[in-house]
Ligand binder design. Structure first.
Ligand code: FE2
Length: 218
C-alpha cells in the first residue's frame, strides 16, 4: 500500500474496486463463450474474423491513445514498453498471419455487425480520460490473455498450426495487465478529481459490449 492510499481511503477504494470488477467481467465474458466443439465452421470463422477485424487495426491505436492520455512518468514508461513490443514485434502482422492460416478473414458483414459498438469505443477513446482508459486497456489485456487458449483451440479445429500470435499473447499480456494497473495507481495518485467508481468503468463497459458482439452478434 502506498502512502497516498494509506492517507486517502477514497483513493484506496478506487484502486481495489475497479480491479475486482474487471477480474469478474473477464471471467463473465469467458464464461459466455460458446463451446468450440458445437460451433459450425462458419460460426468459428466469424468469431475469429470479428476478433481479428477489431484487434488488427485498433489495438495499437488505443494503446497509443492511452500513452497520450496519461500524465505520470511511471504510466508513460510502462505503456511505452508495451507499445514498443507491439510495434517492434509486429503484433498486427502476427494476428493477420494467424487469421489467414485459420481461414478466418473478416468479411464485410463481420465489420458491419461490430461497427456500432466499435465506434462507441472509439468515441470514448477520443475523450482521452487517463483513469478510465487505463482501466479499459487493463480489462482488454487481461481478457485477451485468457482468451488465447480458446482462440488457439478454434484455429486448431479449423486445421491451422500457426499459433505464434496466441502463444505470445497468452504469456506477455499477464505482465501488460499488471503494468496497466500500476500505471492506473500512478495516475490516481496525481488525479485531483477522481470520477465515481461507476464512471471509472465507462470504457470497460463499452469494450465489454463490443467483445460480447464479437462473440455473439445480435
Ligand atoms: Fe499484442
Amino acid at each position: 500500500m502506498t502512502t497516498t492510499e494509506k492517507t486517502n481511503p477514497t483513493k484506496s477504494f478506487h484502486t481495489e474496486a475497479p480491479q475486482e470488477y474487471i477480474n469478474q467481467a473477464i471471467d463473465e465474458v469467458m464464461a459466455s463463450l460458446p463451446d468450440p466443439a458445437l460451433l459450425s465452421s462458419e460460426e468459428s470463422r466469424g468469431l475469429i474474423g470479428r476478433y481479428s477485424g477489431v484487434l488488427e487495426g485498433n489495438f495499437i491505436y488505443w494503446m497509443a491513445a492511452t500513452y497520450l492520455a496519461v500524465k505520470s512518468k511511471e504510466a508513460k514508461a510502462g505503456i511505452e514498453g508495451n507499445l514498443l513490443e507491439e510495434v517492434r514485434d509486429n503484433h498486427p502482422g502476427m494476428l493477420r498471419k494467424f487469421t489467414v492460416a485459420a481461414k478466418a478473414e473478416p468479411t464485410e458483414l463481420d465489420r458491419r455487425v461490430v461497427d456500432r459498438d466499435l465506434q462507441n469505443v472509439r468515441a470514448f477513446i477520443g475523450k482521452m480520460e487517463p483513469l478510465k482508459i487505463l482501466l479499459m486497456m487493463a480489462f482488454f489485456e487481461g481478457w485477451i490473455q485468457k482468451f488465447m487458449a480458446y482462440l488457439a483451440d478454434m484455429a486448431a479445429r479449423r486445421g491451422s498450426k500457426e499459433m505464434v500470435y496466441t502463444d505470445v499473447h497468452g504469456v506477455c499480456d499477464i505482465e501488460h495487465t499488471q503494468g496497466l494497473f500500476h500505471a492506473y495507481a500512478a495516475e490516481l495518485a496525481l488525479a485531483k478529481n477522481v470520477p465515481s467508481s461507476e464512471e471509472l468503468l465507462e470504457g470497460v463497459k463499452l469494450l465489454r459490449t463490443l467483445l460480447q458482439t464479437i462473440i455473439r452478434p445480435a
